[in-house]
Write a protein that binds this ligand. Structure first.
Ligand SMILES: [Cu+2]
Length: 170
């Protein structure tokens, strides 16, 4: 009589252990699934902007305006540096835009603009539409000697004319 009862008890214990193990496995896999689903959704939303912020400094930059960026050119003010009687404006590249891109200079001194940065496409061929001056950054830099300018506003753009900086001569 004891043997069948103990066997029955053992069997019931075995079933209980197996059942609880199955429940634990199912719950565990559900928890894993939910924890696996959540992080990619969050990192997927945040990583593209991180890539967009990091890539401009590392890779050749293309014109953000011409390539469908759609955002207005950021306005970043720069200072003229007077070197040997010439007002030199140093223009770099940030995120596919010329920066700084807003300058104010004096009418009495010649102006030279030095572009530098790893540019591609139209961004690598800055020009000054009002002055008929075109440059090329194929070597990594481009120097545009504009001479002495009359008071007024002069722009510089990419070779497609849509990525603008402004030089105000006072
Ligand atoms: Cu462009």
């Amino acid at each position: 009589m004891t043997r069948p009862r103990s066997r029955g008890f053992e069997a019931a214990l075995f079933v209980a252990i197996v059942a609880s193990a199955l429940v634990a496995i199912v719950l565990g896999s559900m928890a894993l699934r939910s924890s696996n689903d959540a992080p990619p959704a969050q990192s997927g939303a945040s990583s593209p902007s991180a890539v967009a912020q990091n890539s401009p400094s590392a890779e050749p930059q293309i014109c953000a305006s011409c390539w469908g960026d759609g955002a207005p050119d950021p306005q970043v003010t720069g200072e003229a540096v007077v070197e040997d009687g010439v007002q030199v404006l140093h223009v770099g590249l940030v995120g596919g835009y010329y920066q700084p891109n807003v300058f104010t200079v004096q009418a009495g001194l010649p102006v030279t603009v030095v572009f530098s940065g790893n540019a591609e496409g139209c961004l690598a061929e800055p020009e000054f539409p009002e002055l008929g001056v075109k440059t090329d950054m194929a070597s990594g830099t481009a120097t545009a000697a504009l001479g002495t300018l009359k008071p007024g506003k002069y722009s510089f753009t990419c070779s497609m004319g849509v990525n603008e900086g402004t030089i105000t001569v006072e």
